[in-house]
Design a protein around this ligand. Structure first.
Ligand SMILES: [Zn+2]
Length: 357
């Protein structure tokens, strides 16, 4: 087995250590850990894939995706938490919100940015699961560099490239973060690719959860097609508030967003049918380049989703995406079973490049 596709690595992606997630008020051990990308990297090295170090990129494409105020908050959130003494009193060693700027609170008017350091996270975060620590910004920013380096490789002529990075990004919105995501790496990659091709870029998201951040970022745009296959939020799954099939875009973006929702327990054939449907939709809409939000938490053994896809299903999903014959950048999203995550990612990549060769 040899994987010809290069993968991009940045050691700084390991720096983010959320330690825990606060779920229904209870602190539970974090599942989005550096061990995830370590396991993927091992599986790729085992397949003799070439590792490319991430190159630094300026903030141009990042600023096209996220609000400046949001970026500067994420960059300084940990430092201001420390300066305010919160790790000592009350003894919280990660940035975590306790109040939220709920839209109904201000009847739709823009809320004030809180002056209290302990209230500020609730202006920018939408859940209590996505904590900020000393290495969070460094890792999230490195993931952006990794994704942009993968774009560079494809622009330079590689048929496809994979960014082996974390934290994931598809739940991050223009001005708020959550779902273990801080910066929307796939969206940044798409914006960068858009400058290189004459026509729309498609982002196809095969993570088990709806890519709500990516959807909202491009909801009114016809030039970035966003398709996501995921477990039905209406069956009780994150992101709960959106991700339904009737969300198809607004304004100029009508028809440029597509959600395929699946019931818990869905297995290979139905999942692959959905992946094929998204690929065909991207083709019919004239996509000229592809970004894959590559989550593998639809895997049968993954603890974070009820989808039941087997290893060979991931290989076939890769083939369906490769059959589009587009310049392809794959960016890592979810996947939490450390025993299988490396193999599942590798199978997708092998499936893609078999068809793209
Ligand atoms: Zn996921």
């Amino acid at each position: 087995m040899r994987l010809a596709m290069p993968f991009v690595w940045d050691e700084r992606c390991r720096a983010h250590e959320p330690r825990s997630e606060v779920w229904v008020g209870v602190s539970t051990p974090a599942v989005e850990t550096a061990a995830r990308i370590d396991a993927i990297r091992s599986a790729l090295v085992e397949a003799n894939a070439t590792e490319i170090p991430a190159a630094p990129h300026d903030d141009g494409h990042l600023s096209a995706v996220h609000d400046r105020e949001f970026l500067s908050y994420l960059q300084t959130a940990w430092d201001e938490w420390v300066v305010a003494g919160l790790p000592e009193d009350p003894g919280q060693d990660r940035v975590v919100p306790y109040v939220f700027a709920h839209a109904a609170l201000t009847s739709g008017r823009r809320p004030a940015v809180p002056t209290a350091v302990w209230a500020r996270p609730g202006y920018f975060a939408y859940d209590t699961m996505t904590l900020v620590g000393p290495g969070t910004w460094e890792a999230a920013r490195a993931a952006v560099d990794a994704a942009l380096t993968a774009v560079d490789l494809v622009v330079a002529g590689a048929p496809c490239a994979y960014a082996c990075c974390r934290p994931p990004g598809h739940h991050a919105c223009r001005a708020c973060f959550g779902g273990s995501c801080y910066l929307n790496t796939a969206a940044v990659a798409a914006v960068a690719l858009l400058e290189q091709v004459a026509g729309p870029v498609a982002i196809l998201d095969i993570d088990a959860h709806h890519g709500n951040g990516t959807q909202e970022l491009f909801f009114d745009r016809p030039d970035v097609l966003v398709g996501s296959v995921h477990v039905d939020p209406g069956a009780g799954w994150f992101p709960h508030f959106l991700g339904f099939a009737d969300e198809t875009g607004i304004g100029d973006g009508v028809g440029a967003n597509r959600n395929v929702v699946l019931p818990p327990g869905t297995r290979d054939e139905e999942w692959l049918h959905a992946v094929g449907e998204l690929a065909e939709w991207a083709r019919l809409n004239g996509a000229r380049a592809l970004v894959v939000s590559l989550g593998v938490d639809a895997g049968a053994s993954d603890p974070e989703s009820p989808l039941q896809v087997e290893e060979r299903g991931f290989h076939r999903a890769g083939a369906l995406l490769g059959q589009l014959q587009l310049p392809t950048v794959l960016v890592q999203e979810g996947g939490y079973d450390l025993a299988t995550i490396g193999r599942l990612v590798r199978e997708v990549l092998l499936g893609v490049e078999e068809e793209l060769a």
